[in-house]
Every structure is written in C-alpha cells, then in structure tokens.
Design a protein around this ligand. Structure first.
Ligand code: ADP
Ligand code: ASP
Ligand code: MG
Length: 842
C-alpha cells in the first residue's frame, strides 16, 4: 500500500478496528494483538468489537431477563463468563496478570448478573438498560486486549467510549455528535499517543446526555472507528474483518463474489446504507469529504491489501460495482385517490415511521401518485401499519385513502456504482437479467443520487436474483480477469511434489502468447497466493523447500489451510480464467468441487477424484456442466500419451469404443521386460527402484491398484457403471508379504525369485511374454498378469513404455494402438502442461 503523507503535524495516526467475527477465540485475539504490535512505530488507536457472538448472547440474556427467567439468565451468564475466562487465559501467559484480568472479568459479570436479575424482578427492560447491558461485550473484549498488550510490555490503555464518543443519545441506534466527539478525542487520545501509549476503545458504544451509555446500532464498531479516524485526521482507518475485503456482494449468497479492490466513498456509503452487512449503514458519514481512506482488510491474511474506500474513482469500466441483498423485508403500501395532488403524504408517511422508530430502507411512488410503497423490516411491519393507520386516520375515515397494505416475505436488491449515471441502459439490463432468471419484480426505486437502483423481490427469489445481476454486470471479473490483457490466464497448482515441481520448472520456458500466470501453490500444509502472480523468487523458494521435504507453510506469507479452504480463499479473488491443476495423489474432490463452483477449469493428473464412487463423479461432471467448467485429465492414464484425446476424437467422429486394453504401468512394464530378459525378480525390482520408477514402497505398484484406477477411469469412459471395488485386481504381492514394513519387505524380495523364474519359464516355453494388462468393457474390468501372444501389440512393449489399445466399431479387426513413454515426472508434467495450454484463451 502506498504510504501517504500525514496532513497534520506530528507522526501519522492510524485506526484499527477488529470485528467481532474476527475475534472468535484466544488465538484470534493473540493475532489481533500481534497486528497491533507490528504496526509500530505508527501511532495506533484500536477499536474492538465484542468477541464473536457475544452481542447476540447479551441480547438473549436481556430477553430471558424480561421474561423473568432467572435460571436461564444464570446459565447464559455462566457460559459467557467461562468463554471470556478461556480467552483471557489463552491470551495472557503470566500467572499474575492473568489472575488479575480473570478477577476483573468475573466482577464485571457479577454486576451484569445483578442487573439482569433486577430486570427479571421488574419484568421491564428500558432501552436504556438494554444498551447498558449489551455495551458490556465490547468493554470486556477491550479489557482483554489491553491486558494482552500490557503483558507483552506494550504501553496500552483502555479508554472508555462513554466519555469519548458523544452522541445524540438515541438508545439502540445513536449517532455521534461529531464536533463534540472531535473535541473529546483530541483531548483524551492525543495526549496518550504523545506518550506513546496505545489507546484501546470499545466499539459500538458511546455516551448520551449525562453520560448515559448508548449503543450505535448493530455493527456499530465500524462507526466508532470512522468517527475516531475523522477526529484524529488519521492517515487511514483499517477495519479487519473475516472477509477478504469488501466484495461485489455477500459471498455467502453468491459464491462468485469477488473483492472490489477500490471503491469510492459514495459507492461504499450507498452499499452500506442499502444493507451490505459488511459496513455499518452510517459508518461512512464521518469520513464524507475527508481524505481519510478506509480499508476493509482480511484479518486472516494481513499481507493482502483488501479493499480501499477513498475519494478515488477507479474501475470505471464497471458502471455497477457491487450489489446488496436484504432479506426479511415487508412492503407497506398506502393506496388511495386522495394522494393525488395532496402535498406532504410522503413526508407524513416518513415522519410517522420515524416517530415509531422504524427504519425505511426503500421508498417508491407510482407515477400515477395513486400509491406509495416502502420497505421496512418484516418484524416491524405490524407496527408500521398501525403507525400509518394512526397518522392517516382522518384520510382513511374519509375514504381519501383506501388502505394500508402489508406484504411480508420480501427482499430488496440494490445495485451500486458511480458509473451508472453516465451509462444508459443499466436499469434495463438489470430488469432483463432478472426476468430471464424468472424473478418477479414487485417494486422499483431509483435512488435520487443515481448511484443505485433498487428493486423489491420476494425473499424466495433473492439468491437467484443476486446471481443473475452479478453475472449480468460481470462482477466476478472486477479488478482482476476483466481488466487484464485478453490472453492472461491463471493457474493454481495443487500439489508441489515431483510432477508439480517439474511443471514449475517448465512453465517459465513456454514461449509466445498464452503463458499462464501462477497465482497460487497449495500443499497439504497450506498455500501461498498472489492475485497478480507469484514472483519467480517465491516459486523457486517453494520448489526448494518442497524438494528438501519441507512444507509450503514455511514460506514467508504462506497460510495454513487444507486444500478446500485454500481454494475457497483463492477463489474470492478475481482471477483471469483460472485453472486448478491437481497433481497430488490425495482425496481432493472437495477442493475440486469448490474450484468448479468458483468457475475454475480443472486439469488433473490425480486419479483419485475420478475413481471415487460413481455418484460423486457424476455429480462432479454435472457441476462442471452447470458452471461451464472444463475438466481435462489426459495424464491420469498413460502420462503424456494422447489417450483421452484419442478417445474423444473417436467418439466425436461417431465411432464407438467396444473394448480397451493396455499396459499402463511404467513400473510394472520395466519390471516384466527385465524379468523377460532372464533377470531375477528381486534384482529387477531393485533396479527399478534405483531409477526412481517406483513408489517409495514398491508394493504400491505391485498391488495393481494404480493400474486398477486407470482401468476404472477408462472403463467409465465407455459406460462402465461399477466402482473401484468391482475391478478384478490381481496383486503381485503374495498374501504373506502384505503386512510387512517396507524395510522388511525389501529384505525378503529374493524369496519371490524362484516363483517368478518359474512363471517366466512357462510363458517363454509357450512363446509368450508376461505383461500386466488391463482390460475394460462396459460390463467388466480386470487387471492382472497375462502371458500374451508374440503377435499381440503388447508383446512388443519395452521398458517403461505404455500402451493403450482401443477396439472400436471402425477399428475392429486392427485395433487403434497408442504407444510411447508413459511414466515419470517429466513426461507427466509435459502432459499436464499440454492440458493447461489446451485451456488457454485463443
Ligand atoms: P465485523 O466482524 O467487522 O463486524 P461483519 O460481520 O459485520 O464484520 O461483516 C462481514 C460480513 O459481511 C461477512 O461475513 C459477509 O458475510 C457479510 N457481507 C455482506 N455483504 C458483503 C460484501 N459486499 N462484502 C463483504 N462481506 C459482505
Ligand atoms: N458487537 C456489535 C454487534 O455485534 C457491534 C460490532 O460488532 O460492530 O453488532
Ligand atoms: Mg460488523
């Protein structure tokens, strides 16, 4: 991120806010503390949310209390106390300060308990008491963070928000009195910062008249952070959240949601106002017209830039940059002829709802002025109706207004972007996309700012609607693929074993157009990722670490994750035609499914995903079809030989494959040719091992399972409906050797020599050659040792060469034979590379 010059005298000040979702447990709090510590020497003010779920838990306690459920209150408070104690214990190592903090927390909870029991006795919960109660969540987490910093020898101080954030006093939804807060912040925080003490402020809370505790509405810590940023003229405000940044839409709703790298403040404000949960609806008001940029950054990936929200206006190719969906809405409509020409109906509607404390998310007036509709949260719809019926009692009794109607089960969808004003046809594109998705539009509203268009739809349609609009405006390309050169395409490599490393060595040597950009590497330990492509240095470090038997997490900037999590994370970034390349031998189906769902293409050398149970494989292909994703796996059989490709061409030209046979194990091929020359089995196998032709434990090859998997993949091509267990497999490892350790097994190899010599002799006597052969038809698949006629093409195979023989309607008498080197990392990597290049944009 470019460093900006501070506009105020003195060193730069920054504000960090840690969101609730990010503060789930002790490990997360420690992570937050380390981020605070790493920010030095910047003068930092920290705002914290309550630990994840604590605000909800406190609200639930308040509800139990008004219902008089003392026992319930106690259980809930004990649970919360235990959770805070556990976090405190996990954050503070030293016994003394830890005990002090735990004592402080316990005392806090006892006060809370007394208060809740008081409420239970009275069965009354005023907004004021409720605020006092829920404010506790951020007070507790802030205390834990302060104690954690102090115990790490960092000068920090808890600063009470009640005396700092002055507000209009509205309980449950207070808004800061900006000038008063500016003053308080200057006098209280500046002094601390000057002494190099880091202030930690509980978010979400503030003070009303007479310093009564108030809260700023759900998600209010965002607002605390921006208010402080404003008052301090901060160099920047950073909101650390559980998402990679501000995204084109809620990623839980639309899997192809992408990070928006930069957003104008007005756009972000509009999005927040229209319910994008990622920012408090009024969080950006304090920063309007100021040059204080706001960053939404991923708590789990502090090296990623996240989203910048500032005065800039970039990404102009995207008239629409994001959309928000709010469910649980009700559409309230006031109808009547009396609206015609009567001024002030809209104003009175608003006023009535405001007095009732009901927020209106959207308002639309039919051009006939015959009706006015507005959206309110569904749970307030009954209140809304009675407030309006009261406000318009006279008009209703005179029949000037006909009725107030309420429709629940609604959702609003708002699209936002600065470029909309200048690009005609946005609305019609949106409506067309919605109607093509079969979504019924109940009402339409265009914001006066021309920065957004909103529609009301039924809740049932919400997801489809969001997806359709997201796709229409190509938001999955924002800031990434869509803006790169047309021939760019990205590769995520899953597996950095021998084949993976070979591939990484080959890639830089590709010439001409269509050179893939390696954006991510994943292994069992975690991953490294850079949306603009990993540097040559990182790639070579990765190759070295893996070569030496290490793990990717050892690399700078790496993340710990399983493959599926890694793919999920990577997929939140806008990539250019991304391809996931699986060169592992692991169970990677979940990761592959995730990649396809994020519209990645797949290249795999890994046989496991395609030899999974039939239903899963079918579901995978169906998923790929739905997403228009291509799956290439040429190297699952015969390494780089064009086996799949030949099959596809046969079928494309109308031929029908009846039977497939072949030798597809380079290891067994080598072994059997050596034995055929009269060498003992043990010697031949040791030779194969020495040349790196076998798995570390050669029984993995000798068991025939690898060939069985290849056979199943081929058989499934021609309609075999069975499973791996339905493949008849002849193992070359005698029963009595199967349970031995590898070392022991290797020491007893010569015991098998006699048996092998006998086999070889009887085959030779019949003029035949021993081969390990697969045979697949639609109904039967078997792999095992065969003595083949000298006239059979398989008899001519040498060394590690593979062969696949297709018997088809056309090639019935003389089957189609594909022969060539079919093993080893180099030929396999070349085959994988070929698949990758097949997917390159033309
Ligand atoms: P915090 O932990 O700071 O309170 P929130 O939970 O309030 O963070 O906001 C993050 C959540 O907002 C995400 O988990 C995500 O599901 C939701 N969300 C909704 N819309 C968006 C969006 N456009 N971009 C990112 N996240 C979004
Ligand atoms: N803890 C509060 C909430 O859950 C405020 C916040 O997290 O910003 O809404
Ligand atoms: Mg929030």
């Amino acid at each position: 991120m470019p460093a900006r010059k501070s506009r105020v005298a003195g060193p730069a000040v920054e504000v960090f806010k840690f969101g609730g979702a990010s503060l789930a447990d002790a490990a997360n709090v420690r992570h937050a503390i380390s981020l605070i510590m790493e920010s030095r020497p910047t003068r930092l003010v920290t705002v914290v949310s309550a630990l994840a779920g604590v605000t909800d838990a406190l609200l639930a306690i308040a509800d139990l209390a008004v219902r008089g459920d003392d026992a319930g209150v106690d259980v809930a408070i004990d649970k919360l106390l235990a959770r805070h104690k556990a976090v405190a214990t996990g954050v503070i190592g030293a016994a003394r300060p830890r005990a002090a903090l735990v004592k402080e927390l316990s005392a806090d909870f006892e006060e809370l308990r007394a208060l809740a029991h008081g409420v239970a006795t009275l069965r009354e919960l005023t907004p004021r008491t409720r605020d006092y109660l829920v404010a506790r969540g951020e007070q507790l987490s802030a205390r834990i963070v302060v104690a954690g910093l102090l115990s790490r020898k960092v000068k920090a101080q808890y600063v009470d928000a009640v005396g700092l954030i002055h507000t209009d006093g509205t309980h449950g939804n207070a808004f800061p009195d900006l000038p008063a807060t500016d003053k308080a912040v200057k006098s209280q925080l500046r002094a601390l910062l000057k002494r190099r003490v880091l202030p930690v402020v509980p978010g979400f809370t503030g003070g009303g008249r007479n310093n009564v505790t108030v809260t700023l509405g759900r998600g209010g810590s965002d607002l605390t952070a921006t208010v402080l940023g404003r008052a301090l003229k901060a160099q920047r405000v950073t909101l650390w959240k559980d998402v990679p940044g501000l995204m084109t839409t809620d990623p839980r709703l639309v899997p192809s949601a992408r990070i928006v790298p930069q957003l104008n403040v007005r756009e972000a404000a509009e999005l927040a106002y229209y319910g994008a949960k990622v920012l408090h609806p009024r969080a950006l008001i304090p920063l309007a017209h100021l040059k204080v940029p706001l960053f939404v950054r991923p708590f789990m990936d502090p090296t990623a830039p996240g989203t910048e929200i500032s005065q800039r206006h970039t990404l102009q190719r995207y008239p629409v940059k994001a959309l928000s969906i709010v469910r649980g809405q009700a559409l309230v409509t006031v109808t009547g002829n009396g609206m015609l020409g009567v001024p002030g109906i809209a104003a009175r509607t608003f006023a009535a709802l405001q007095i009732a404390g009901i927020s209106v998310t959207l308002i639309t007036q039919a051009s006939s002025e015959h009706s006015i509709s507005l959206c309110v949260p569904a749970e307030r719809s009954v209140d809304a109706r009675s407030a309006l019926e009261q406000a318009f009692a006279l008009e209703l009794s005179r029949r000037e207004l006909e009725r107030v109607e309420v429709k629940t089960g609604m959702a609003t969808l708002a699209v936002v972007g600065l470029g909309m004003a200048g690009s005609p046809g946005i609305a019609s594109r949106m409506f067309t996309a919605l109607s093509q998705a079969g979504v019924n539009i109940v009402a339409i509203a265009q914001g006066s700012s021309e920065l957004n268009i909103s529609v009301v739809i039924t809740e049932r349609d919400a997801e489809d609607a969001a997806r359709a609009v997201h796709e229409e405006f190509q938001l999955d390309k924002i800031g990434g693929g869509g803006l790169h050169a047309d021939d760019r395409f990205d590769v995520v490599l899953l597996g950095v074993g021998q084949i993976g490393r070979e591939l990484l060595r080959m890639l830089p040597r590709i010439r001409g157009r269509g050179k893939p950009t390696i954006v991510g590497l994943i292994d069992r330990s975690g991953f490294v990722f850079a949306p603009d492509g990993l540097s040559a240095r990182t790639i070579s470090q990765a190759v070295n670490v893996k070569q030496a038997g290490g793990s990717l997490v050892a690399l700078p900037g790496a993340h710990r994750a399983n493959a599926e999590q890694a793919v999920s994370w990577i997929a939140t970034h806008a990539l250019a035609r991304p391809i996931l390349v699986d060169v592992t031998a692991d169970e990677t189906l979940p990761a592959i499914r995730r990649a396809i769902s994020a519209d990645m293409d797949i290249v795999m050398a890994n046989k496991r995903p395609l030899t999974a149970p039939r239903e899963e494989v079918q579901a995978l292909h169906a998923l790929a079809l739905r997403h228009g994703a291509r799956i290439l796996h040429e190297t699952t059989v015969g390494a780089g030989l064009p086996v799949m490709d030949s099959y596809a061409k046969l079928v494309e030209t109308g031929d029908k494959v009846l039977r497939i046979e072949g030798c597809t194990s380079g290891t067994l091929g080598f072994l059997l040719t050596e034995i055929g020359k009269g060498r003992p089995f043990s010697e031949s196998l040791r030779d194969a091992m020495g040349r790196g032709f076998t798995e570390p434990d050669p029984r993995d090859d000798l068991s025939g399972m690898d060939v069985a998997r290849k056979a199943l993949i081929l058989a499934r091509l021609i309609g075999f409906t069975g499973e791996l267990r339905d493949v008849t497999v002849e193992s070359l490892v005698p029963e009595r050797f199967r349970a031995l350790t590898t070392a022991k097994f290797l020491s007893v190899l010569p015991e098998m020599d006699a048996e092998w010599a006998a086999r070889q002799a009887s085959a030779a006597k019949a003029g035949k050659a021993l081969r390990y052969v697969l045979r697949a038809t639609r109904t039967k698949v078997a792999v095992g040792l065969r003595a083949v006629d000298p006239s059979h093409p398989l008899a001519g195979l040498r060394g590690t060469d593979n062969q696949v023989v297709f018997t088809t309607m056309r090639y019935k008498e003389h089957p189609l034979v594909i022969t060539g080197p079919g093993a080893g990392p180099a030929v396999t990597a070349a085959g994988v590379l070929n698949d990758i290049l097949q997917l390159a944009p033309v």
